[in-house]
Design a protein around this ligand. Structure first.
Ligand SMILES: Nc1ncnc2c1ncn2[C@@H]1O[C@H](COP(=O)(O)OP(=O)(O)OP(=O)(O)O)[C@@H](O)[C@H]1O
Ligand SMILES: [Mg+2]
Length: 305
């Protein structure tokens, strides 16, 4: 692709004419939106989640990321556009309905019980039992073995399944939640800012398991503020701003630099720099260069990237 094509593609929204490989999307939003009373939190959002691919949703605070995943996970209903699962329009009224269709959400504050052992948390709400009523009891052995096996399958090796989940690191807890969703048959995994509170190393671990889930054929929606994390595992990127989609592009059509600039609010920073240049005593030439990638770009000779 020439630089002209690439820069021309960076209008408000990049149309993506390249068909996505693999099966059709499991989950799709077409021009979807959500209003809370007269507050329009989300408007005209289109998104497709394919098996074995990671769709990243980026955006600043209040951009509408949580609203988007609340629609897909069955917590809230869309008020405009369409929401399709396996090609059919749906309108979930509870998260249970989404889960029944294989859509699992790992929330940032993870619904775990810190003092309970890892295996117990793994099966929380879906415990294995043996025997029949009235002598039915928890099958602790089977749960421990299964949790251990499933975690190992995802490459997570814990010394002791009995250790309280609260003693694991934030990254490990996220990984247990991912392995759990995979085990319980998720086809689509939604991760709400799984790396937000983590350091570099732990973020790397979580990114590794996002890739592992993808390799097992799950479609992943990865919500994040961090373009670097997104770019490490993402196949497709959507940037939300003030409830609308500012950019949607597959990996081959957007560079990390462009993504970072969109997230940093290239247009706003450029405007701010211009304003600062009017202020005496501020030397804007000393500031790093800010590119406004959201504005129409003239032909440049930067070459291809
Ligand atoms: N239940 C609600 N009632 C009214 N307005 C809401 C509600 N939930 C969200 N909003 C508004 O919708 C907009 C988008 O919010 P949302 O929580 O989806 O953003 P976000 O991208 O997840 O932000 P953050 O990064 O801070 O989590 C915000 O302006 C918010 O105030
Ligand atoms: Mg949010």
């Amino acid at each position: 692709m020439t630089s002209t094509d690439k820069s021309a593609a960076h209008g408000a929204v990049i149309a993506d004419p390249v068909p996505e490989p693999g099966d059709g999307p499991i989950v799709e939003l077409r021009g979807a939106g959500k209003s809370y009373g007269n507050i329009r939190a989300l408007h005209g959002v289109s998104l497709a989640v394919h098996p074995g691919r990671v769709t990243c949703v980026l955006g600043d605070n209040g951009a509408g990321k949580s609203t988007l995943i609340k629609i897909v996970s069955g917590l809230h209903q869309h008020t405009e556009g369409e929401f399709l699962v396996d090609g059919r329009p749906v309108r979930f009224t509870t998260p249970r309905e989404a889960l029944d269709r294989g859509i699992a959400t790992v929330y940032q504050d993870l619904a775990t019980v810190p003092l309970m052992p890892v295996w117990r948390n793994f099966f929380l709400g879906s415990e294995m039992t043996r025997g029949r009523w009235p002598v039915r009891r928890l099958d602790i052995d089977a749960m421990k073995k299964t949790a251990d096996r499933e975690l190992r399958n995802m490459g997570i090796v814990l010394d002791d399944m009995e250790q309280p989940i609260g003693t694991l690191s934030g990254g490990q807890r996220q990984c247990v939640a991912i392995a759990r969703a995979v085990y319980f048959g998720a086809r689509v995994l939604i991760l709400d800012e799984p790396t937000a509170a983590l350091g570099v190393k732990q973020s790397g671990v979580v990114l590794k398991y996002i890739a592992a889930a993808r390799d097992r054929g799950l479609g992943v929606i990865f919500i994040t503020h961090n373009p670097h994390h997104a770019y490490m595992v993402g196949d497709h990127f959507s940037v939300l701003r003030l409830g609308t989609m500012e950019l949607t592009a597959s990996r081959d059509r957007v560079s990390l630099e462009e993504l970072t600039n969109h997230m940093a609010g290239g247009a706003e920073l450029a405007a701010l720099k211009h304003e600062l240049s009017q202020v005496r005593g501020v030397d804007v030439d000393e500031l790093p260069e800010v590119k406004d990638l959201t504005a129409p770009v003239a032909n440049t000779d930067e070459g291809t990237s």
